[in-house]
Design a protein around this ligand. Structure first.
Ligand SMILES: Nc1ncnc2c1ncn2[C@@H]1O[C@H](COP(=O)(O)OP(=O)(O)OP(=O)(O)O)[C@@H](O)[C@H]1O
Ligand SMILES: [Mg+2]
Length: 399
């Protein structure tokens, strides 16, 4: 495709108090394709520059006489470059004042021409000054780009560092999980080994009642081991993303009733009263099977860590038009600040390790994963001595 290049005329501002010379210069330079504007004082030159600057028609070059009444060439160059730092300035001077011309160059003039001038001498000076101006502008834009790149680099570096930190943390969490896991697996396995050794040993005779008790211990430890392995596999499946969910509209009261049937024996054992205060019409968008798993986890915790003859109440409230909050409130011992801070850590049973309630310390970790995978949120509020409320927020509505 052909491109039409319109080259803009180069604008030169000429300031010289010797009018005849200024006009002659204007005429001569226009003949060489330059657009010239002349004036007879430094003050007038600055006014013209300011007007050109605000009118969007900047001068590229200033040709200023060194000796002028009022503002002299040096002062004009200095003030003009303050208005437009890109402006190329050339000083015009007589033979006797080259020293001052050098001074002018120190405040920003690019070159000087000697009076009286010949066109053949002045044209190359102007061309050089304009070329220097162009290079300066290019340099400045390159510098700007360089600076932008540097800023970008710093940002990318910061992002990389943050990503590495996150990866390190994930790695640490995995290592901690693995070391906790081997410890947790070893405990029931050691119990199985120990009691089996006693049972099969000739040197350690035991009564029939003891044998029965040891076998019971082995059975209990085996069940615990199996649960641990199943829970770990389940968790690994969720964490690796291998678990696929099938979201659907689930009637909440109905699903809660099904869960209740499953946890009721546990509640009866502890004399815990179950109260369901969920509107019949309430529904959530969730994977039905996994939602049941979540609710059973929360309900069984609320029963397990309750006091005897306490109660568990399930409420359902509207967060906004699109989300519901389901809360499971118990009358147990509640959780301290320190316990709340350590909540949702795999295998951390928050002091229940030696307690009467069995568990692996994986239930809530799994529950949280599942709720988040279903686009929801899981949280807890607790008052030591009064009880805890575990809540989950899910997409859904009350009617
Ligand atoms: N409603 C609750 N009231 C008081 N403490 C609770 C409650 N729910 C959980 N906890 C504490 O949090 C710990 C972790 O709970 P989580 O459900 O993850 O594991 P768990 O119940 O010990 O074992 P499991 O894997 O069988 O569920 C529990 O051991 C218990 O100390
Ligand atoms: Mg639990």
């Amino acid at each position: 495709m052909e491109q039409l290049l319109v080259e803009e005329a180069i604008r030169i501002l000429i300031a010289d108090d010797e009018l005849a010379q200024m006009r002659a210069l204007c005429d001569t330079l226009s003949q060489y394709g330059y657009e010239t504007v002349g004036c007879s004082s430094g003050e007038a030159a600055l006014r013209l520059m300011q007007a050109a600057e605000s009118g969007g028609q900047r001068f590229q070059l200033l040709l200023a006489d060194l000796m002028m009444p009022g503002l002299d060439g040096i002062a004009v160059v200095q003030a003009a470059r303050a208005i437009d730092a890109d402006l190329a300035c050339v000083i015009m001077t007589g033979e006797g004042s080259i020293g001052s011309a050098v001074q002018a160059m120190q405040v920003g003039a690019l070159d000087y021409v000697l009076k009286p001038f010949r066109v053949s001498a002045i044209l190359p000076v102007l061309a050089r000054a304009l070329e220097t101006r162009k290079l300066r502008i290019m340099n400045a834009s390159l510098e700007l780009r360089l600076r932008e790149h540097a800023v970008q680099l710093v940002r990318i570096n910061e992002e990389l560092q943050a990503a590495r930190l996150q990866a390190d943390r994930a790695n640490e969490a995995k290592s901690a999980f693995l070391s906790n896991m081997s410890h947790e697996l070893r405990t029931p396995l050691n119990a199985i080994l120990g009691f089996s050794q006693i049972l099969s040993s000739e040197q350690l005779p035991s009564t029939a009642a003891q044998k029965k008790q040891f076998a019971g211990n082995i059975l209990q430890a085996s069940r615990h081991l199996l649960r641990l392995i199943n829970d770990i596999l389940d968790l690994a499946k969720v964490e690796s993303g291998a678990l696929t969910l099938e979201p659907e509209q689930v009637p909440l009261a109905h699903v809660l009733q099904e869960c209740r049937t499953l946890v009721d024996p546990l509640a009866r054992l502890r004399g815990v009263e179950m109260r369901m205060a969920v509107p019949e019409q309430a529904s959530v968008t969730a994977d039905r099977v996994r939602l049941k798993q979540v609710l059973i986890n929360l309900l069984s915790n609320a029963i397990k860590y309750n006091r005897d003859h306490g109660s568990v109440t399930v409420h359902c409230t509207e967060i906004d038009t699109e989300r519901l909050r389901v809360s499971v409130q118990d009358t147990g011992a509640g959780l301290s600040e320190a316990q709340l801070a350590a909540m949702f850590q795999p295998f951390n049973r928050l002091g229940q390790e030696g307690g009467t309630q069995e568990g692996t310390g994986l239930g809530l970790v799994m529950t949280r994963h599942l709720v988040e995978k279903m686009g929801g949120e899981l949280g807890v509020v607790s008052t030591p001595g009064l009880g805890s409320t575990f809540w989950l927020a899910l997409p859904g509505c009350l009617d």
